[in-house]
Design a protein around this ligand. Structure first.
Ligand code: GTP
Ligand code: MG
Length: 309
């Protein structure tokens, strides 16, 4: 499956809502853009969970360009697309790799967000780029978590560093980085246990994990990725600030986009957080991760097979 098909797959539920509902606003002869139309459009956009301000900005844009005119569906969609791309714009943000020595990527987020799966997906992506990878099983909270990462490592043929049972996550992170340095591996990805942004001691633990990585490579971790679960919609956003503060997050992986019609949450994330979205998860398999590109994302939100109107 190509990149665009995979984004399409991830956005299927969102684009279904958007397209069916927006199309229903129109008859084949077009429609007058009046207050009723704008109200109905507002309600549809809001359903994708993009949030109040982006919704208003989009409605205002349509009003500015088209109020009082009879227009076709395609014309409205074109206006929405341009504005959405503007709202979601971010600097191209590929991952930042170390100039020499291993690149360390730390992954954090709330329980069940999709961290471990996203790590397997990233590892798979790097392997495809012929980069050598080691995983650090830093979720020492549950034995099953270490096992889960171990299964992925075995399946993908990637090395893994596990600590003895009950070891501190900062120790495992340290050992994983040490292993990467000793064995001249290019990427070390450190898993962490899920935690709530309100659990102070666990948030401090993230800082400790990061500090123990820095003891070996002062500029590491080169990336700290916060995994957000797209199915929780805007609730995810409130988590981000605490994580960013404790772990120094550098970017977001939005997992489970395929499981929700709330794909508009990316707009809210881009509007409310200073962090770039680096990848989106579009399924449970190891190949279901795509680099985030706002333009491709917006194009796939709106189905291109819409009747011309
Ligand atoms: N559909 C779908 N499912 C996903 C995606 N990413 C993760 N999952 C599923 O979400 C569930 C939780 O994923 P994990 O990777 O274990 O989440 P985690 O954040 O590591 O969880 P904890 O370690 O328990 O905090 C699993 O059943 C995954 O298969 C995705 O992009 N799409
Ligand atoms: Mg996990």
């Amino acid at each position: 499956m190509g990149l665009f098909d995979r984004i399409k797959q991830g956005l299927k539920k969102t684009s279904q809502v958007l397209n069916t509902d927006v199309r229903d606003l129109f008859k084949s002869e077009g429609r007058l853009i009046d207050e009723d139309f704008l109200d109905e459009l507002r309600a549809i956009l809001f359903k994708t969970d993009m949030g109040y301000e982006p919704t208003e900005a989009l409605v205002a844009e349509v009003a500015k360009n088209m109020r009082g005119r009879v227009v076709h569906l395609r014309d409205v969609i074109d206006v929405l697309k341009v504005k959405l791309k503007e709202l979601m714009a971010q600097d191209a943000s590929p991952l930042h790799f170390a100039e020499s020595g291993p690149t360390v990527i730390m992954v954090c987020g709330v329980n069940g967000a999709g961290k471990t799966t996203s790590i397997a997906k990233l590892a798979c992506l790097f392997r495809g780029q012929k980069k050598s990878v080691v995983l650090g099983a830093g979720d020492t909270f549950r034995a099953a978590a270490v096992e889960q990462l171990g299964i992925w490592a075995e399946r993908l043929g990637i090395e893994i560093v596990k600590g003895p049972e009950g070891s501190h996550p900062a120790t495992v992170a340290y050992q994983a980085v040490e292993y990467a340095i000793k064995n001249k591996l290019e990427v070390c990805i450190v898993d962490t246990a899920g935690r709530l942004q309100t659990q102070k001691n666990l948030m401090t633990e993230l800082t400790k994990i990061r500090d123990s990585i820095r003891k070996q490579i002062p500029e590491a971790p080169h990336e700290v990725l916060l995994v957000l679960d797209a199915t929780t919609g805007q609730n995810g956003i409130s988590q981000a600030n605490n994580f960013a503060e404790a772990a120094g997050c550098t970017g977001i992986v939005l997992a489970k986009l395929d499981g929700t019609a709330k794909g508009g949450v990316v707009v809210a994330i881009r509007q409310q957080l200073g962090l770039p979205v680096k990848y989106v998860g579009v399924g449970e398999r190891h190949e279901d991760l795509v680099p985030f590109d706002p333009n491709a994302f917006v194009d796939e939100m709106f189905d291109d097979n819409l009747p011309g109107g």
